[in-house]
Design a protein around this ligand. Sequence first.
Ligand code: NBP
Length: 503
Amino acid sequence: MHETQGTGAAATDISTQDMIGVADIGVVGLAVMGENLVLNMEGRGFTVAVFNRTVARVDDFVDGRAAGLRIVGARSPEAFVRALKPPRRVLMMVRAGDPVDQTIEHLLPYLEPGDILMDGGNSHFADTERRAALLRERGLLYVGTGVSGGEEGALHGPSIMPGGHAEAWPHVGPIFQAIAARVADGTPCCDWVGAGGSGHFVKMVHNGIEYGDMQMIGEAYALMRGALGFTPERMSEVFARWNEGRLDSYLVEITARILATKDDATGVPMVDVILDTAGQKGTGKWTSTTALDLGVPAATIAEAVFARCMSALKDERVTASGVLAGPDAAWQGDADAFVADLELALYASKICSYAQGFSLMRLAAVEYGWQLDYGRVAQMWRGGCIIRAAFLDDIKAAYDASPLLPNLLLAPFFRDALAGAQGAWRRVVGAAVTLGIPVPAFSSALAYYDGYRSERLPANLLQAQRDYFGAHTYERVDQPRGKFFHTDWTGEGGDTASTPYTV
Ligand code: NBP
Protein backbone atom coordinates (compact mmCIF):
# COMPACT_ATOMS: atom_id res chain seq x y z
CA MET A 1 0.00 0.00 0.00
CA HIS A 2 1.42 3.38 -1.02
CA GLU A 3 0.17 6.74 0.09
CA THR A 4 0.63 9.28 -2.71
CA GLN A 5 0.82 13.05 -2.64
CA GLY A 6 2.13 15.88 -4.84
CA THR A 7 5.84 16.71 -4.64
CA GLY A 8 5.47 20.48 -5.01
CA ALA A 9 9.12 20.60 -6.14
CA ALA A 10 10.36 24.03 -7.23
CA ALA A 11 12.32 24.67 -10.43
CA THR A 12 16.05 25.06 -9.95
CA ASP A 13 18.24 27.33 -12.07
CA ILE A 14 20.85 25.10 -13.57
CA SER A 15 23.04 26.24 -16.46
CA THR A 16 22.36 24.76 -19.89
CA GLN A 17 24.29 21.87 -21.23
CA ASP A 18 25.13 22.13 -24.93
CA MET A 19 24.42 19.07 -27.01
CA ILE A 20 23.51 20.45 -30.42
CA GLY A 21 21.42 18.63 -33.06
CA VAL A 22 21.88 15.15 -31.63
CA ALA A 23 18.38 14.05 -30.68
CA ASP A 24 15.74 12.54 -33.00
CA ILE A 25 12.91 13.78 -30.84
CA GLY A 26 12.41 15.75 -27.63
CA VAL A 27 9.93 15.14 -24.85
CA VAL A 28 8.82 17.86 -22.43
CA GLY A 29 7.15 16.59 -19.25
CA LEU A 30 8.78 13.86 -17.23
CA ALA A 31 5.87 12.55 -15.22
CA VAL A 32 4.73 8.95 -15.56
CA MET A 33 3.72 9.11 -19.24
CA GLY A 34 6.63 11.23 -20.45
CA GLU A 35 9.33 9.17 -18.76
CA ASN A 36 8.00 5.88 -20.02
CA LEU A 37 7.50 7.11 -23.58
CA VAL A 38 11.08 8.39 -23.59
CA LEU A 39 12.39 4.99 -22.46
CA ASN A 40 10.25 3.29 -25.10
CA MET A 41 11.64 5.58 -27.83
CA GLU A 42 15.20 5.04 -26.67
CA GLY A 43 14.64 1.30 -26.62
CA ARG A 44 13.63 1.52 -30.29
CA GLY A 45 16.91 3.19 -31.19
CA PHE A 46 16.01 6.88 -31.04
CA THR A 47 18.05 9.49 -29.23
CA VAL A 48 15.73 11.56 -27.07
CA ALA A 49 16.18 15.00 -25.51
CA VAL A 50 14.17 15.64 -22.36
CA PHE A 51 13.06 18.67 -20.41
CA ASN A 52 10.73 19.29 -17.49
CA ARG A 53 9.48 22.48 -15.84
CA THR A 54 10.82 21.31 -12.50
CA VAL A 55 14.41 20.77 -13.61
CA ALA A 56 15.26 18.51 -10.68
CA ARG A 57 13.10 15.91 -12.40
CA VAL A 58 15.40 15.99 -15.43
CA ASP A 59 18.41 15.30 -13.23
CA ASP A 60 16.63 12.54 -11.33
CA PHE A 61 15.64 10.88 -14.58
CA VAL A 62 18.98 11.23 -16.34
CA ASP A 63 20.84 9.96 -13.29
CA GLY A 64 18.28 7.25 -12.58
CA ARG A 65 16.16 5.32 -15.09
CA ALA A 66 17.83 6.99 -18.08
CA ALA A 67 21.42 6.50 -16.89
CA GLY A 68 23.67 5.20 -19.67
CA LEU A 69 20.97 5.54 -22.33
CA ARG A 70 20.82 7.80 -25.41
CA ILE A 71 18.82 10.36 -23.48
CA VAL A 72 19.96 13.98 -23.34
CA GLY A 73 18.82 15.94 -20.30
CA ALA A 74 18.29 19.64 -20.98
CA ARG A 75 18.02 22.22 -18.25
CA SER A 76 16.32 25.00 -20.20
CA PRO A 77 13.87 25.21 -23.13
CA GLU A 78 16.66 26.71 -25.23
CA ALA A 79 19.13 23.90 -24.57
CA PHE A 80 16.34 21.39 -25.12
CA VAL A 81 15.42 22.76 -28.56
CA ARG A 82 19.08 23.09 -29.57
CA ALA A 83 19.65 19.44 -28.80
CA LEU A 84 17.20 18.42 -31.54
CA LYS A 85 17.92 17.54 -35.15
CA PRO A 86 15.98 19.67 -37.65
CA PRO A 87 13.12 19.62 -38.39
CA ARG A 88 12.73 19.53 -34.65
CA ARG A 89 10.19 17.11 -33.25
CA VAL A 90 8.90 18.02 -29.80
CA LEU A 91 6.36 15.98 -27.88
CA MET A 92 4.72 17.67 -24.89
CA MET A 93 3.56 15.26 -22.17
CA VAL A 94 2.32 17.77 -19.61
CA ARG A 95 -0.97 18.20 -17.81
CA ALA A 96 -3.76 19.30 -20.13
CA GLY A 97 -5.01 22.90 -20.06
CA ASP A 98 -2.89 25.94 -19.24
CA PRO A 99 0.33 23.92 -18.82
CA VAL A 100 0.23 23.12 -22.55
CA ASP A 101 -0.14 26.80 -23.49
CA GLN A 102 2.63 27.74 -21.07
CA THR A 103 4.93 25.05 -22.44
CA ILE A 104 4.28 26.26 -26.00
CA GLU A 105 5.06 29.81 -24.91
CA HIS A 106 8.39 28.73 -23.41
CA LEU A 107 9.42 26.73 -26.48
CA LEU A 108 8.24 29.10 -29.22
CA PRO A 109 11.16 31.55 -29.12
CA TYR A 110 13.53 28.71 -30.04
CA LEU A 111 11.48 26.84 -32.66
CA GLU A 112 11.69 27.60 -36.38
CA PRO A 113 9.22 27.31 -39.27
CA GLY A 114 8.91 23.67 -40.29
CA ASP A 115 9.49 22.38 -36.76
CA ILE A 116 6.90 20.00 -35.36
CA LEU A 117 5.24 20.58 -32.02
CA MET A 118 3.08 17.77 -30.61
CA ASP A 119 0.81 17.50 -27.61
CA GLY A 120 0.49 13.91 -26.36
CA GLY A 121 -1.58 14.76 -23.28
CA ASN A 122 -5.33 14.50 -22.87
CA SER A 123 -6.08 17.94 -24.27
CA HIS A 124 -9.56 18.98 -25.26
CA PHE A 125 -9.84 18.77 -29.06
CA ALA A 126 -11.10 22.36 -29.27
CA ASP A 127 -7.90 23.57 -27.57
CA THR A 128 -5.90 21.56 -30.09
CA GLU A 129 -7.83 23.13 -33.00
CA ARG A 130 -7.09 26.57 -31.55
CA ARG A 131 -3.38 25.85 -31.00
CA ALA A 132 -3.02 24.24 -34.44
CA ALA A 133 -4.46 27.33 -36.13
CA LEU A 134 -2.28 29.66 -34.08
CA LEU A 135 0.94 27.76 -34.71
CA ARG A 136 0.20 27.31 -38.40
CA GLU A 137 0.46 31.12 -38.63
CA ARG A 138 3.97 30.83 -37.15
CA GLY A 139 4.92 28.18 -39.74
CA LEU A 140 4.97 25.34 -37.19
CA LEU A 141 3.42 21.94 -37.78
CA TYR A 142 1.16 21.22 -34.82
CA VAL A 143 -0.02 17.73 -33.91
CA GLY A 144 -2.46 16.74 -31.17
CA THR A 145 -2.09 13.10 -30.39
CA GLY A 146 -4.01 10.85 -28.09
CA VAL A 147 -1.81 8.36 -26.24
CA SER A 148 -3.48 5.51 -24.39
CA GLY A 149 -2.27 2.58 -22.37
CA GLY A 150 -1.23 4.19 -19.11
CA GLU A 151 2.22 3.70 -17.66
CA GLU A 152 2.75 0.18 -18.98
CA GLY A 153 1.51 1.05 -22.47
CA ALA A 154 3.77 4.09 -22.65
CA LEU A 155 6.77 1.91 -21.82
CA HIS A 156 6.01 -1.18 -23.89
CA GLY A 157 3.70 0.04 -26.65
CA PRO A 158 0.77 2.43 -26.40
CA SER A 159 -2.01 3.15 -28.81
CA ILE A 160 -1.21 6.49 -30.46
CA MET A 161 -3.79 8.62 -32.27
CA PRO A 162 -2.13 11.60 -33.97
CA GLY A 163 -3.97 14.32 -35.89
CA GLY A 164 -3.27 17.86 -37.00
CA HIS A 165 -0.93 19.24 -39.66
CA ALA A 166 -0.64 16.37 -42.17
CA GLU A 167 2.84 17.44 -43.31
CA ALA A 168 4.12 16.38 -39.90
CA TRP A 169 3.14 12.75 -40.36
CA PRO A 170 6.08 11.60 -42.56
CA HIS A 171 8.44 13.06 -39.92
CA VAL A 172 6.77 11.62 -36.82
CA GLY A 173 5.07 8.51 -38.19
CA PRO A 174 8.21 6.32 -38.15
CA ILE A 175 8.88 7.16 -34.49
CA PHE A 176 5.27 6.76 -33.33
CA GLN A 177 4.73 3.54 -35.27
CA ALA A 178 8.01 2.13 -33.92
CA ILE A 179 7.00 2.66 -30.30
CA ALA A 180 3.29 1.81 -30.63
CA ALA A 181 1.68 -1.50 -29.72
CA ARG A 182 1.10 -3.92 -32.58
CA VAL A 183 -1.81 -6.17 -33.45
CA ALA A 184 -1.23 -9.86 -34.15
CA ASP A 185 -0.34 -9.31 -37.84
CA GLY A 186 2.25 -6.68 -36.88
CA THR A 187 0.19 -3.60 -37.81
CA PRO A 188 1.05 -0.75 -35.42
CA CYS A 189 -1.73 0.68 -33.25
CA CYS A 190 -0.93 4.12 -34.58
CA ASP A 191 -2.01 5.78 -37.77
CA TRP A 192 -2.70 9.29 -38.96
CA VAL A 193 -6.20 10.19 -37.77
CA GLY A 194 -6.92 13.42 -39.64
CA ALA A 195 -6.79 17.20 -39.51
CA GLY A 196 -6.99 19.70 -36.63
CA GLY A 197 -8.09 18.28 -33.31
CA SER A 198 -9.26 14.93 -34.70
CA GLY A 199 -6.51 12.93 -32.94
CA HIS A 200 -7.53 14.31 -29.57
CA PHE A 201 -11.20 13.88 -30.46
CA VAL A 202 -10.68 10.18 -31.16
CA LYS A 203 -8.76 9.82 -27.90
CA MET A 204 -11.56 11.62 -26.04
CA VAL A 205 -14.11 9.19 -27.46
CA HIS A 206 -11.80 6.30 -26.55
CA ASN A 207 -11.87 7.53 -22.96
CA GLY A 208 -15.65 7.96 -23.02
CA ILE A 209 -15.99 4.38 -24.21
CA GLU A 210 -13.56 3.37 -21.47
CA TYR A 211 -15.88 4.97 -18.89
CA GLY A 212 -18.78 2.96 -20.37
CA ASP A 213 -16.85 -0.34 -20.36
CA MET A 214 -15.75 0.14 -16.76
CA GLN A 215 -19.24 1.03 -15.57
CA MET A 216 -20.77 -1.98 -17.34
CA ILE A 217 -18.21 -4.31 -15.81
CA GLY A 218 -19.05 -2.70 -12.46
CA GLU A 219 -22.74 -3.40 -13.01
CA ALA A 220 -22.07 -7.07 -13.81
CA TYR A 221 -20.04 -7.21 -10.58
CA ALA A 222 -22.85 -5.47 -8.63
CA LEU A 223 -25.40 -8.01 -9.87
CA MET A 224 -23.23 -11.04 -9.10
CA ARG A 225 -22.54 -9.61 -5.68
CA GLY A 226 -25.97 -8.19 -4.84
CA ALA A 227 -28.27 -10.70 -6.53
CA LEU A 228 -26.24 -13.93 -6.46
CA GLY A 229 -24.13 -13.25 -3.36
CA PHE A 230 -20.93 -14.35 -5.16
CA THR A 231 -17.61 -13.83 -3.40
CA PRO A 232 -14.88 -11.80 -5.14
CA GLU A 233 -12.96 -15.05 -5.75
CA ARG A 234 -15.93 -16.62 -7.49
CA MET A 235 -16.52 -13.47 -9.55
CA SER A 236 -12.85 -13.47 -10.50
CA GLU A 237 -13.36 -16.94 -12.00
CA VAL A 238 -16.39 -15.72 -13.94
CA PHE A 239 -14.52 -12.74 -15.39
CA ALA A 240 -11.51 -14.92 -16.22
CA ARG A 241 -13.84 -17.28 -18.12
CA TRP A 242 -15.55 -14.40 -19.90
CA ASN A 243 -12.13 -13.15 -20.94
CA GLU A 244 -11.69 -16.29 -23.01
CA GLY A 245 -14.76 -15.59 -25.11
CA ARG A 246 -16.54 -12.70 -26.79
CA LEU A 247 -15.63 -10.34 -23.90
CA ASP A 248 -11.88 -10.94 -24.30
CA SER A 249 -10.43 -7.55 -23.30
CA TYR A 250 -7.87 -5.85 -21.12
CA LEU A 251 -10.48 -4.42 -18.72
CA VAL A 252 -12.18 -7.80 -18.16
CA GLU A 253 -8.77 -9.41 -17.71
CA ILE A 254 -7.65 -6.93 -15.05
CA THR A 255 -11.05 -7.16 -13.35
CA ALA A 256 -10.50 -10.90 -12.88
CA ARG A 257 -7.07 -10.15 -11.39
CA ILE A 258 -8.35 -7.35 -9.16
CA LEU A 259 -11.12 -9.55 -7.74
CA ALA A 260 -8.58 -12.22 -6.87
CA THR A 261 -6.30 -9.79 -5.02
CA LYS A 262 -6.29 -9.57 -1.21
CA ASP A 263 -5.32 -6.61 0.94
CA ASP A 264 -1.87 -7.25 2.48
CA ALA A 265 -2.84 -5.59 5.74
CA THR A 266 -6.15 -7.34 6.42
CA GLY A 267 -6.32 -10.36 4.12
CA VAL A 268 -9.72 -9.08 2.93
CA PRO A 269 -10.33 -8.93 -0.84
CA MET A 270 -9.01 -5.57 -2.10
CA VAL A 271 -12.35 -4.62 -3.66
CA ASP A 272 -13.95 -4.84 -0.23
CA VAL A 273 -11.53 -2.40 1.38
CA ILE A 274 -11.67 0.22 -1.39
CA LEU A 275 -14.16 3.05 -0.81
CA ASP A 276 -16.96 3.13 -3.39
CA THR A 277 -16.38 6.65 -4.72
CA ALA A 278 -14.91 6.97 -8.22
CA GLY A 279 -12.72 9.82 -9.42
CA GLN A 280 -12.62 11.26 -12.91
CA LYS A 281 -10.29 13.54 -14.85
CA GLY A 282 -12.74 14.98 -17.35
CA THR A 283 -12.49 13.09 -20.63
CA GLY A 284 -15.74 11.14 -20.04
CA LYS A 285 -17.46 14.42 -19.24
CA TRP A 286 -16.03 16.00 -22.41
CA THR A 287 -17.31 13.08 -24.49
CA SER A 288 -20.76 13.53 -23.00
CA THR A 289 -20.92 17.31 -23.34
CA THR A 290 -19.62 17.05 -26.91
CA ALA A 291 -22.33 14.48 -27.65
CA LEU A 292 -24.88 16.96 -26.31
CA ASP A 293 -23.34 19.77 -28.36
CA LEU A 294 -23.52 17.69 -31.54
CA GLY A 295 -26.94 16.19 -30.74
CA VAL A 296 -25.66 12.60 -30.63
CA PRO A 297 -27.50 10.24 -28.28
CA ALA A 298 -24.52 8.86 -26.34
CA ALA A 299 -26.53 8.21 -23.17
CA THR A 300 -24.66 5.08 -22.08
CA ILE A 301 -21.36 6.94 -21.97
CA ALA A 302 -23.04 9.86 -20.18
CA GLU A 303 -24.66 7.45 -17.70
CA ALA A 304 -21.22 6.07 -16.92
CA VAL A 305 -20.06 9.60 -16.07
CA PHE A 306 -23.16 10.27 -13.98
CA ALA A 307 -22.66 6.93 -12.19
CA ARG A 308 -19.26 8.23 -11.03
CA CYS A 309 -20.96 11.46 -9.92
CA MET A 310 -23.52 9.39 -7.98
CA SER A 311 -20.72 7.35 -6.42
CA ALA A 312 -19.10 10.56 -5.20
CA LEU A 313 -22.20 11.38 -3.11
CA LYS A 314 -21.07 8.83 -0.56
CA ASP A 315 -22.28 10.60 2.59
CA GLU A 316 -25.65 11.47 1.09
CA ARG A 317 -26.09 7.89 -0.12
CA VAL A 318 -25.29 6.51 3.29
CA THR A 319 -27.97 8.75 4.80
CA ALA A 320 -30.49 7.97 2.05
CA SER A 321 -29.94 4.23 2.40
CA GLY A 322 -31.58 4.45 5.82
CA VAL A 323 -34.44 6.64 4.59
CA LEU A 324 -35.54 5.52 1.11
CA ALA A 325 -37.34 2.22 0.64
CA GLY A 326 -36.25 -0.41 -1.89
CA PRO A 327 -37.96 -3.62 -2.99
CA ASP A 328 -38.16 -6.61 -0.64
CA ALA A 329 -37.53 -9.04 -3.48
CA ALA A 330 -34.66 -11.51 -3.30
CA TRP A 331 -33.20 -13.14 -6.39
CA GLN A 332 -34.38 -16.67 -7.13
CA GLY A 333 -33.35 -18.94 -9.94
CA ASP A 334 -30.39 -20.70 -11.48
CA ALA A 335 -27.16 -18.82 -10.78
CA ASP A 336 -25.30 -20.33 -13.75
CA ALA A 337 -28.09 -19.35 -16.12
CA PHE A 338 -28.07 -15.81 -14.72
CA VAL A 339 -24.30 -15.55 -15.15
CA ALA A 340 -24.72 -16.69 -18.76
CA ASP A 341 -27.38 -13.97 -19.24
CA LEU A 342 -25.08 -11.41 -17.64
CA GLU A 343 -22.30 -12.16 -20.12
CA LEU A 344 -24.69 -11.46 -22.99
CA ALA A 345 -26.08 -8.34 -21.30
CA LEU A 346 -22.56 -7.00 -20.88
CA TYR A 347 -21.70 -7.83 -24.48
CA ALA A 348 -24.87 -6.26 -25.92
CA SER A 349 -24.50 -3.12 -23.76
CA LYS A 350 -20.89 -2.82 -24.88
CA ILE A 351 -21.93 -2.95 -28.54
CA CYS A 352 -24.38 -0.08 -27.92
CA SER A 353 -21.79 1.99 -26.07
CA TYR A 354 -19.28 1.59 -28.93
CA ALA A 355 -22.05 2.36 -31.44
CA GLN A 356 -22.61 5.64 -29.59
CA GLY A 357 -18.90 6.47 -29.61
CA PHE A 358 -18.53 5.76 -33.32
CA SER A 359 -21.70 7.76 -34.11
CA LEU A 360 -20.19 10.65 -32.20
CA MET A 361 -17.01 10.49 -34.29
CA ARG A 362 -19.08 10.28 -37.48
CA LEU A 363 -21.07 13.41 -36.61
CA ALA A 364 -17.95 15.26 -35.47
CA ALA A 365 -16.21 14.43 -38.75
CA VAL A 366 -19.10 16.08 -40.62
CA GLU A 367 -19.16 19.06 -38.25
CA TYR A 368 -15.41 19.72 -38.32
CA GLY A 369 -14.61 18.55 -41.85
CA TRP A 370 -12.42 15.58 -40.86
CA GLN A 371 -11.96 12.46 -42.98
CA LEU A 372 -11.99 9.66 -40.42
CA ASP A 373 -11.44 6.00 -41.22
CA TYR A 374 -13.41 4.15 -38.54
CA GLY A 375 -11.91 0.74 -39.34
CA ARG A 376 -8.47 2.20 -38.77
CA VAL A 377 -9.63 3.82 -35.53
CA ALA A 378 -10.84 0.41 -34.32
CA GLN A 379 -7.47 -1.06 -35.26
CA MET A 380 -5.60 1.66 -33.36
CA TRP A 381 -7.61 0.68 -30.28
CA ARG A 382 -6.98 -3.03 -30.83
CA GLY A 383 -3.70 -3.02 -28.91
CA GLY A 384 -1.87 -0.96 -26.33
CA CYS A 385 -4.83 0.98 -25.02
CA ILE A 386 -7.17 0.52 -22.08
CA ILE A 387 -10.18 -0.53 -24.18
CA ARG A 388 -8.21 -3.06 -26.23
CA ALA A 389 -10.47 -5.99 -26.94
CA ALA A 390 -10.87 -8.80 -29.43
CA PHE A 391 -14.25 -7.35 -30.35
CA LEU A 392 -12.56 -4.38 -32.05
CA ASP A 393 -11.63 -6.77 -34.88
CA ASP A 394 -15.36 -7.17 -35.52
CA ILE A 395 -15.82 -3.39 -35.53
CA LYS A 396 -12.94 -2.99 -37.97
CA ALA A 397 -14.44 -5.68 -40.22
CA ALA A 398 -17.84 -3.94 -40.09
CA TYR A 399 -16.41 -0.57 -41.17
CA ASP A 400 -14.05 -2.10 -43.74
CA ALA A 401 -17.08 -3.80 -45.30
CA SER A 402 -19.19 -0.66 -45.12
CA PRO A 403 -17.18 2.56 -44.49
CA LEU A 404 -20.32 4.73 -44.57
CA LEU A 405 -22.23 2.60 -42.07
CA PRO A 406 -24.59 5.04 -40.30
CA ASN A 407 -24.57 3.05 -37.06
CA LEU A 408 -22.62 0.03 -35.86
CA LEU A 409 -25.88 -1.63 -34.78
CA LEU A 410 -26.81 -1.99 -38.45
CA ALA A 411 -23.72 -4.03 -39.37
CA PRO A 412 -24.93 -7.60 -40.01
CA PHE A 413 -22.53 -9.07 -37.44
CA PHE A 414 -23.69 -6.77 -34.65
CA ARG A 415 -27.34 -6.82 -35.73
CA ASP A 416 -27.28 -10.62 -35.33
CA ALA A 417 -25.30 -10.49 -32.08
CA LEU A 418 -27.86 -8.13 -30.55
CA ALA A 419 -30.78 -10.20 -31.78
CA GLY A 420 -29.18 -13.23 -30.12
CA ALA A 421 -28.41 -11.40 -26.86
CA GLN A 422 -31.52 -9.32 -26.35
CA GLY A 423 -33.52 -11.96 -24.44
CA ALA A 424 -30.76 -12.37 -21.84
CA TRP A 425 -30.16 -8.62 -21.76
CA ARG A 426 -33.83 -7.89 -21.03
CA ARG A 427 -33.91 -10.57 -18.30
CA VAL A 428 -30.85 -9.02 -16.63
CA VAL A 429 -32.18 -5.45 -16.74
CA GLY A 430 -35.59 -6.71 -15.55
CA ALA A 431 -34.00 -8.57 -12.64
CA ALA A 432 -31.94 -5.52 -11.68
CA VAL A 433 -35.05 -3.33 -11.66
CA THR A 434 -36.97 -5.90 -9.59
CA LEU A 435 -34.13 -6.21 -7.10
CA GLY A 436 -33.42 -2.47 -6.90
CA ILE A 437 -29.81 -2.82 -8.08
CA PRO A 438 -28.86 0.21 -10.18
CA VAL A 439 -27.65 -0.65 -13.69
CA PRO A 440 -27.67 2.72 -15.48
CA ALA A 441 -25.33 1.66 -18.30
CA PHE A 442 -27.03 -1.69 -19.02
CA SER A 443 -30.48 -0.12 -19.00
CA SER A 444 -29.55 2.99 -20.99
CA ALA A 445 -27.82 0.80 -23.58
CA LEU A 446 -31.00 -1.25 -23.87
CA ALA A 447 -33.08 1.94 -24.17
CA TYR A 448 -30.67 3.10 -26.91
CA TYR A 449 -31.18 -0.17 -28.77
CA ASP A 450 -34.94 0.02 -28.41
CA GLY A 451 -34.98 3.71 -29.29
CA TYR A 452 -32.81 3.29 -32.39
CA ARG A 453 -34.95 0.43 -33.69
CA SER A 454 -38.24 2.30 -33.07
CA GLU A 455 -39.94 3.44 -36.22
CA ARG A 456 -42.14 5.69 -34.15
CA LEU A 457 -41.20 7.41 -30.88
CA PRO A 458 -43.45 9.56 -28.69
CA ALA A 459 -41.82 12.75 -29.98
CA ASN A 460 -45.05 13.55 -31.86
CA LEU A 461 -46.72 14.20 -28.51
CA LEU A 462 -43.72 16.18 -27.38
CA GLN A 463 -43.93 18.38 -30.50
CA ALA A 464 -47.62 18.90 -29.82
CA GLN A 465 -46.81 20.03 -26.28
CA ARG A 466 -44.10 22.38 -27.55
CA ASP A 467 -46.49 23.84 -30.09
CA TYR A 468 -49.26 24.11 -27.47
CA PHE A 469 -47.30 26.13 -24.95
CA GLY A 470 -44.77 27.95 -27.14
CA ALA A 471 -45.99 27.88 -30.76
CA HIS A 472 -42.82 25.96 -31.62
CA THR A 473 -44.52 24.31 -34.65
CA TYR A 474 -44.41 20.69 -35.86
CA GLU A 475 -43.97 18.71 -39.05
CA ARG A 476 -46.83 16.50 -40.29
CA VAL A 477 -46.74 12.83 -41.28
CA ASP A 478 -48.76 13.67 -44.42
CA GLN A 479 -46.57 16.58 -45.59
CA PRO A 480 -42.95 16.81 -46.88
CA ARG A 481 -40.18 17.12 -44.28
CA GLY A 482 -39.11 20.69 -43.58
CA LYS A 483 -42.63 22.17 -43.75
CA PHE A 484 -43.70 23.43 -40.34
CA PHE A 485 -47.22 23.89 -39.01
CA HIS A 486 -48.76 25.55 -36.01
CA THR A 487 -52.13 24.91 -34.39
CA ASP A 488 -54.01 27.42 -32.28
CA TRP A 489 -54.65 24.83 -29.55
CA THR A 490 -56.52 27.11 -27.12
CA GLY A 491 -58.37 29.33 -29.60
CA GLU A 492 -56.59 32.35 -28.14
CA GLY A 493 -53.17 32.08 -29.77
CA GLY A 494 -53.70 33.24 -33.36
CA ASP A 495 -51.45 32.19 -36.28
CA THR A 496 -48.14 33.58 -35.07
CA ALA A 497 -45.56 30.80 -34.60
CA SER A 498 -42.05 30.66 -33.21
CA THR A 499 -39.22 30.14 -35.71
CA PRO A 500 -38.37 26.43 -36.00
CA TYR A 501 -34.73 25.73 -35.22
CA THR A 502 -32.81 23.13 -33.22
CA VAL A 503 -29.96 24.06 -30.90
P1 NBP B 1 0.46 14.72 -15.17
O1 NBP B 1 -0.84 14.85 -15.88
O2 NBP B 1 0.46 14.48 -13.72
O3 NBP B 1 1.32 16.06 -15.49
C1 NBP B 1 2.55 16.25 -14.88
C2 NBP B 1 3.49 16.96 -15.84
O4 NBP B 1 2.94 18.23 -16.23
C3 NBP B 1 4.81 17.25 -15.14
O5 NBP B 1 5.83 17.09 -16.09
C4 NBP B 1 4.63 18.69 -14.72
O6 NBP B 1 5.82 19.38 -14.52
C5 NBP B 1 3.92 19.22 -15.93
N1 NBP B 1 3.33 20.54 -15.70
C6 NBP B 1 2.34 20.94 -14.87
BR1 NBP B 1 1.44 19.85 -13.72
N2 NBP B 1 2.06 22.23 -14.93
C7 NBP B 1 2.94 22.71 -15.84
C8 NBP B 1 3.16 24.00 -16.36
N3 NBP B 1 2.40 25.03 -15.98
N4 NBP B 1 4.12 24.15 -17.29
C9 NBP B 1 4.86 23.11 -17.69
N5 NBP B 1 4.71 21.83 -17.24
C10 NBP B 1 3.75 21.65 -16.32
O7 NBP B 1 1.39 13.61 -15.87
P2 NBP B 1 1.03 12.25 -16.63
O8 NBP B 1 0.11 11.41 -15.82
O9 NBP B 1 2.34 11.70 -17.08
O10 NBP B 1 0.23 12.74 -17.92
C11 NBP B 1 0.77 13.58 -18.90
C12 NBP B 1 -0.32 13.84 -19.93
O11 NBP B 1 -0.69 12.57 -20.51
C13 NBP B 1 -1.59 14.42 -19.32
O12 NBP B 1 -2.20 15.28 -20.25
C14 NBP B 1 -2.47 13.21 -19.10
O13 NBP B 1 -3.85 13.53 -19.10
C15 NBP B 1 -2.09 12.35 -20.29
N6 NBP B 1 -2.29 10.91 -20.11
C16 NBP B 1 -2.05 10.32 -18.90
C17 NBP B 1 -2.22 8.94 -18.76
C18 NBP B 1 -1.96 8.24 -17.45
O14 NBP B 1 -2.27 7.04 -17.36
N7 NBP B 1 -1.36 8.90 -16.47
C19 NBP B 1 -2.62 8.19 -19.87
C20 NBP B 1 -2.82 8.83 -21.09
C21 NBP B 1 -2.64 10.19 -21.20
P3 NBP B 1 6.41 19.52 -13.03
O15 NBP B 1 7.20 18.29 -12.80
O16 NBP B 1 7.25 20.74 -13.12
O17 NBP B 1 5.26 19.67 -12.08
